[in-house]
Design a protein around this ligand. Structure first.
Ligand SMILES: Nc1nc2c(c(=O)[nH]1)N[C@H]1C(S)=C(S)[C@@H](COP(=O)(O)O)O[C@H]1N2
Ligand SMILES: [Mo]
Length: 259
């Protein structure tokens, strides 16, 4: 008679060994895949330094897609940033870097230069800006370096300035570029953020004309963005359908820098 092999139920030890084998197999494979992916990204070419810099090209492609996704999902012109009663505004306003806005400036000689779509330019004096409708804003200013402060700014809403000077064709473009008079500091903004109702060209801080270190005579205040985009001492404004140069994006910071 042939001996029949009876299938025995697995012992506890066998079960454990089998499960260990399976888990190590699965985690090992996932780990190897993750390592392979990381190595691929690590060795992938860096993006060509231009408007943005410092990231590996595939990562930048992913970042750009993520930016568009969140812009479409979360940005809404009618959504306002939280504002505060004026008494809550800091009396001693924090100060950060002064690239392109060091020292003083002569207000009588200063002009805001706006380059229209057709390349013709507008040269606007300080007094012409003061004559436009005034908007006040008390909000929590946030710097990427990790500080924030409730501050009080006033000036002309950027959108009001655009309508006053009939820059309708320009608002149909995708981006706005701002530069200091010496072109040492420059930022690029997407049009929806630029024409947001709380984006202002400020000439006052705590009800007084801007001191030189806070952007005399005119600075950008854009609460939907981090501090880096709030350019001090505006010299020139341009419009384009391609992203304008941006000082910090060239150093590897996020181009959009939205909140
Ligand atoms: N011209 C110019 N504007 C600038 C900067 C700069 O270095 N130069 N720094 C930016 C940064 S990083 C921040 S946080 C704010 C700080 O503004 P404040 O100095 O008025 O606090 O200005 C922004 N605008
Ligand atoms: Mo900043």
């Amino acid at each position: 008679m042939k001996k029949q092999k009876i299938k025995q139920p697995l012992t506890v030890d066998q079960k454990i060994r089998r499960r260990n084998f399976l888990s190590f197999g699965i985690f090992g494979t996932l780990g190897a895949a993750a390592y392979g992916g990381w190595k691929w990204l690590y060795h992938s070419p860096k993006e060509t330094a231009g408007v943005t810099a410092g990231a590996h090209a595939p990562l930048r492609r992913a970042l750009n897609k993520t930016e568009l996704f969140f812009r479409r999902l979360t940005f809404n012109e009618s959504h306002l940033v939280k504002t505060y009663p004026v008494e809550m505004a800091a009396k001693t306003v924090r100060h950060n870097s002064d690239i392109g806005s060091e020292g003083d400036v002569n207000i009588d000689e200063w002009r805001l230069k706006i380059i229209r779509r057709d390349k013709s330019t507008l040269n606007i004096s300080y007094n012409e800006i003061l004559a436009l409708p005034k908007t006040e804003l008390v909000f929590d200013f946030k710097c990427v370096e990790g500080w924030d402060q409730i501050q009080h700014w006033s000036g002309v809403r950027f959108n009001d300035l655009l309508s006053h000077f009939e820059l309708h064709e320009e608002t149909k473009m995708s981006y706005v570029g701002l530069m200091t008079p010496d072109e040492q500091y420059y930022v690029g903004l997407d049009m929806p953020s630029a024409i947001h109702p709380q984006t202002i060209l400020a000439y006052e801080m705590n009800g007084k004309p801007l001191p030189p270190k806070h952007g005399k005579p005119l600075r950008l205040i854009i609460p939907v963005k981090y501090g880096i985009k709030n350019l001090k001492r505006i010299g020139t404004i341009t419009f384009s359908n391609r992203r304008p140069p941006d000082y910090w994006a060239e150093q590897g910071y996020d181009y959009y820098s939205g909140l």
